[in-house]
Structures are given as C-alpha cells and as structure tokens.
Design a protein around this ligand. Structure first.
Ligand SMILES: Nc1nc2c(ncn2[C@@H]2O[C@H](COP(=O)(O)OP(=O)(O)OP(=O)(O)O)[C@@H](O)[C@H]2O)c(=O)[nH]1
Ligand SMILES: [Mg+2]
Length: 265
C-alpha cells in the first residue's frame, strides 16, 4: 500500500470498538498493540507523526497543483473527464465497453486505464476501437495527477472528447487524489452489500454520480437498493444515481443521457 495517502503501517487514528460497546478512542502501534490516546500522547511518537502528516499534506498539495494543470489542459479542449472509482470487480471496464459501443459515432471517446499490473483492461478497451493507455501503478493503490498528466500526453485527445479514467480498484485511497477530472463517478455493484457507503464514506462523499451495477443479479441477492441509496445520501446529499446492468443493458440509456448532459454543458 502507499505511504503518501496514509494507508501504510503506523495506523494512526485507528479506533478499536467491540460491538455493543461505546466507542473508545485507541491507536494501534506497528506491532498491533492498542494504546489509549492518553497513553500514546507525548511519549515521543508525536514528532514522527507530525512529520508524516506534513509529508502527506505536501504530497496532496503537489497533486492538487498537477491536477489543476490537467484540468486546464482538458478544459482548453472542452473534454469531459470522468474518474471511475470503485472496489475491484464492480464492473468498471464492462460498463466502459458497453458505454463506448453505444457512443460510437456520437462523440469521440478516450480511456485511461489504471491497474497495479497487466494490460488486460486496456486490451479489452482497445477492441472497442477507441484510444486507450494503461497506467500500471506497481505497488501503488491509486492513480495520481502526475500519472494522468503523462497519460494525457500519450493520448493526444480530440476536442470535445469524453475521457474515462478507470482508477485502480480500491474504495479508499483514490478518493483523496484529484486527477483534474470533471467529476468522480463511484460504482458499487449489488454483490458488495448496501452498507458500503457507510463503511467507505470518503469515496461516496467525493463523487458526483453513483452507478449501482449488476442489477440483473438482484433476484438472487438480498441487496436493498433503496437502503443503499439512503446510506449514500447520508454521506453525500448531492449524490445522483443510476442503477444499471452492464450485462443486460438495463439502465444504460439513463447513464448515456447523463453523459450527454455533462458533455452539453
Ligand atoms: N452479472 C453481471 N456481471 C457483471 C456486470 N458487469 C460486470 N460484470 C462482471 O463482473 C466481473 C468484473 O467486471 P470488470 O468490468 O472486469 O470489473 P472492474 O471493476 O473493471 O474490475 P477491476 O478493473 O479489476 O477493478 C466480470 O466477470 C464481469 O463480466 C453486470 O452488470 N452483471
Ligand atoms: Mg477494470
């Protein structure tokens, strides 16, 4: 995992609470031992923690600067860029394949794929005939604005394009990294459980749109679509939803209307 977004070892801010108990603030050290905050404070960890926070802030500030540059580049070409974020396997690439097929001849599309390893997703997108580049992040768990900047130079976007950036499958870290996109689109599939917006709120708070995918599977599951929407709205009252199935095509027209609307603005 990455050091710069705070998900590496160290676990500052972790709280340990048993079900049914009132939440008690505690932190875990690297060996996994819990300490009350009163014990942990002021015993020599603070300078290290302070320096780490400072580095994290610097990294995010540098990223924001690069993201602003990307945004200028995209806006100058009237490109609408959507940053697709989700846990692994929610159906991002399948949704993209189906979306691109339906947009053929309507609007130029380009794709940036993000995965730790392999060119598999880029190869799938390439079959649809649109320009695509793959970013492999190695051990990294998210795309950042500098990676996207390099990818943009490879892509040579046409004006008025729709650019889809498929982020690394991870419902945590990509929330913190602005890539210069027009909006983040969070995707949740019905096999993941409706509680994900409450458990991973940062991603749902950062997104403008939420796609609820794989609704063809609903008859086989006890996923509560309305509850999922309600939980997500608790985290982000502005969030807008499309429930769809990339497999059956249900809901795809509604998603395409969203894209047309975004592109027309
Ligand atoms: N039943 C059903 N399966 C789907 C749907 N969309 C995607 N899948 C399946 O879900 C699996 C994962 O789909 P992908 O599109 O590769 O998911 P992804 O989010 O791009 O995955 P990563 O890039 O690895 O994070 C594949 O087996 C797809 O066929 C859907 O709407 N319904
Ligand atoms: Mg994918």
């Amino acid at each position: 995992m990455c050091d710069d977004c705070g998900c590496g070892p160290g676990a500052e801010g972790v709280t340990i609470t048993r079900a049914g108990q009132k939440r008690r603030a505690a932190t875990m050290d690297r060996a996994g031992h819990a300490h009350d905050h009163a014990v942990a404070a002021g015993v020599g960890h603070e300078p290290v923690q302070g320096r780490r926070l400072e580095v994290a802030r610097e990294v995010l500030a540098g990223n924001n600067e690069q993201a602003a540059h990307n945004r200028e580049h995209l806006q100058a070409r009237r490109v609408v860029a959507l940053n697709l974020v989700s846990s692994p396997g929610s159906g991002k690439t399948t949704i993209l394949e189906q979306t691109i097929r339906r947009l053929a001849g309507v609007r130029p599309v380009a794709v940036i794929e993000g995965d730790q390893q392999t060119l598999l997703d880029a190869e799938r997108i390439e079959k649809t005939g649109v320009p695509v580049v793959q970013i492999n992040t190695g051990a990294g768990c998210h795309l950042d604005a500098a990676m996207v900047h390099r990818a943009l130079h490879e892509l040579k976007l046409r004006e008025d394009s729709l650019l889809f950036i498929e982020n690394v499958g991870n419902l945590v870290c990509p929330a913190m990294f602005d890539l210069g996109e027009t909006a983040k689109v969070v995707i949740i599939s019905v096999t993941e459980g409706e509680d994900k917006p409450l458990k991973y709120p940062a991603m749902f708070a950062a997104a403008r749109w939420c796609l609820i995918n794989k609704i063809d599977l609903l008859p086989h599951l006890d996923f509560d679509l309305e509850k999922c929407r309600e939980y997500a709205l608790r985290v982000n009252p502005e969030l807008q939803f499309v429930a769809l199935s990339a497999r059956s095509g249900e809901g795809m027209e509604e998603w395409l209307a969203v894209l047309e609307d975004l592109a027309a603005k």
